[in-house]
Design a protein around this ligand. Structure first.
Ligand code: NAG
Ligand code: NAG
Ligand code: NAG
Length: 223
């Protein structure tokens, strides 16, 4: 109970924080952030993302929730399945790091990213041969053509060696965990490294505030 109260307090603090940033800055495009949830694995240990395809608008958040055993989330290109995406155009490809979760754990790590543009974002689990086993997915796949998640998984199945990103775990998004009550909200997001336009930094702060607040609320529901 004490824990829940603290969690609620921190969530509210973050919410009001986010709102006060809004009032000091030019209007944000929209009053709320849509969040999509993707399960990384499941309780049975299936090598799969649920769902493996998500359609998201620019500005939406995608939260990955890690189920047991020891999964991870890495961004790749369509052309090179099971291989980390090279840093490009000043944006940081996402890499959650390995997320070991024991079957008895009451803590569920989550990793959230913000959708910055409408280009497809392919991703896979970089643990062992999980990618070859079908553990892959995509945000905003092309509406038509042969670049489908089925084609990605088919190509992935014959990849000899899974690539593990060399960047810092937690890059390109933000770590958190349901059950601990302290979303860290760190990580750089796919924010351009070039000088941001005026207002961009505060906008990011708002996104982060919301991200952490949403995690806090999810935490409350789970506790
Ligand atoms: C980088 O940006 C250019 C121009 O927008 C685009 O054509 C190219 O595909 C981008 N590269 C990557 C790897 O996203
Ligand atoms: C999780 O998997 C990675 C990659 O195989 C490994 O390096 C790491 O030690 C594993 N962690 C645990 C706790 O098993
Ligand atoms: C994010 O989580 C990963 C995996 O648990 C960890 O290795 C990394 O240090 C965390 N990063 C931050 C910034 O908290």
């Amino acid at each position: 109970m004490l824990f829940k109260t603290a969690l609620l307090a921190s969530t509210l603090a973050l919410l009001s924080n986010a709102q006060s940033s809004v009032s000091n800055d030019p209007p944000t495009p929209s009053g709320s952030v849509k969040q999509h949830v993707i399960q990384v694995g499941d309780v049975s240990g299936a090598l799969k993302f649920y769902p493996e395809t998500v359609r998201a608008s620019v500005g939406d958040m995608v939260q990955f929730q890690f189920y047991p055993q020891n999964h991870s989330l890495a961004q790749s290109s369509f052309d090179k399945p099971c291989e980390p995406l090279a840093q490009a155009n000043g944006s940081t490809p996402f890499w959650s790091g390995f997320m070991p979760v024991s079957a008895s754990s009451t803590r569920m790590p989550v990793f959230s990213i913000v959708v910055r543009d409408d280009r497809p974002m392919w991703f896979y689990c970089a643990t062992g041969k999980h990618c070859q086993g079908g553990m892959a997915g995509v945000i905003n796949p092309p509406a038509s053509g042969d670049r489908t998640i089925a084609a990605y998984k088919s190509a992935a199945s014959s990849v000899a060696l899974t690539g593990v990103p060399t960047g810092a775990a937690g890059s390109g998004g933000s770590n958190s965990s349901t059950g601990t009550g302290t979303g860290s909200g760190s990580g750089s997001g796919s924010v351009p490294t070039t000088t941001p336009a005026p207002g961009a930094a505060s906008e990011l702060r708002v996104w982060k505030g919301w991200a952490v607040a949403v995690c806090g609320i999810v935490g409350l529901l789970v506790v």
